[in-house]
Design a protein around this ligand. Sequence first.
Ligand code: NAI
Length: 455
Amino acid sequence: MDKFDLIVLGGGPAGYLAAERAAAAGFKTALFEKRSLGGVCLNEGCIPSKALLNSAKILDYAKRAEGYGVRVSEASIDHAAVTARKNKVVKALVSGIGMKMKKLNVTVISAAAAITGKSGDGFFVTGGGETYLADKLLIATGSAPLTPPIPGLREGLESGFCLTNREILDMTELPESLVIIGGGVIGLEMASYFNSAGASVTVIEMLDKIAGATEKEISDILLKNYKKAGVTFKLSCKVTSVGADSVTYAENGAEKTIPASKVLVSIGRRPITDGIGLEAIGVYTENGAVVTDDRMRTNVPGVYAAGDVNGKSMLAHTAYREAEVAVNHMLGKKDFMRYAAIPSVIYTNPEVASVGETPESAADKGIDVKTVSVSMRLSGRYIAEVNGGNGIAKLVVDSKNSRIIGVHLIGSYVSEMIYGAALMIETKIKTDSLKELVFPHPTVCEVIREALFEI
Ligand code: NAI
């Protein structure tokens, strides 16, 4: 029986990065992946959706080119070609991970893994017809789309009328109309692409706002931009059933039905904890997620969990960092996970990026804050590049110690700007010191400097 220092269950961002770090540090490492290396992020999430959204962005630019003095005779989406390009991008990145694993001598086992028990020698894991032994385990089995018991939804998913993030990225034909259940991150990114590509898009959202925890003023601006682009929203509406070619929802107590060519279900995700043998060694779960501490340890010594499976922050970049913290702890290095400065981005056009507290979340925690909101139009580059842009930058500052505890942005390039804001929060730098920082000119990030002087 092969014995490893570490067996990783799941080859997504948490799993493959943990395997990479552990193997580079000299651990004999095995990585189980039943589908494709890269997990949801690389195969059916972050990366493929960005490939699609970039094609939509190019089309949007072409359509608006006239306003910038550029004549474009005709521009349209070839959805099959967009999907083919997306597949090429995904393939290149997946094979890159495979090559890295090979280079680092990680044993990749293309099978579903299940923990079967524990002895004095370590943990037993079976998969692909073999049993392996390991000193340590990292559970990185990720998450799956939530599919609540809405009447007709299961049948719709079986027939292909309803799609999750997986199937929607593999359609080779544009649907005439797309109804999206859930106006969160996945719903909005897909609304952005399919609306630009030419489908008629309706988003049904249970809450009275879109984009979940996104700061309210920012989510209102995003909503305004979407509506202007042609997306229809049904807010404060709950889907009650799915028919063969329609969706029914409740609005102010009345039931309404709209027709649809396809339906995207994007109402959240749940950690995958079933079928992996957690009960065989007694790993605790709570609300369906593996319970971890800030070193990513579970209650079972030697067993760690990182990524969506612990349900803390279902983002690929959180998963990367959690994986590093777990491996560092295994290696005896001092490290711990902090969640206060994790950025989140919605890659729509315009982009939304946030990190830290909103004014509301700060108030809930009893933190006395000052909030400053400035227009992106304070940036010369923004004016030069964006006709009629309505982006803003909002800073949330802890009044007691003059530290930035939240930054919320909507506009161009903000996905690339937000890490700087995360650094401000993570390093607890004072606003006076930040004012001494020289920002490149002309850039859109200068709005953050402008906002600092408004505090
Ligand atoms: P989400 O939690 O972001 O949004 C789900 C939305 O569905 C919520 O606004 C909720 O109110 C609504 N909803 C729930 N039940 C409903 C019903 N019956 N009728 C109408 N609306 C209903 O979940 P989403 O978009 O599925 O994303 C899942 C995960 O994937 C998130 O954790 C997200 O962080 C991650 N993700 C991150 C991306 C990024 O960082 N750019 C991109 C895509 C996904």
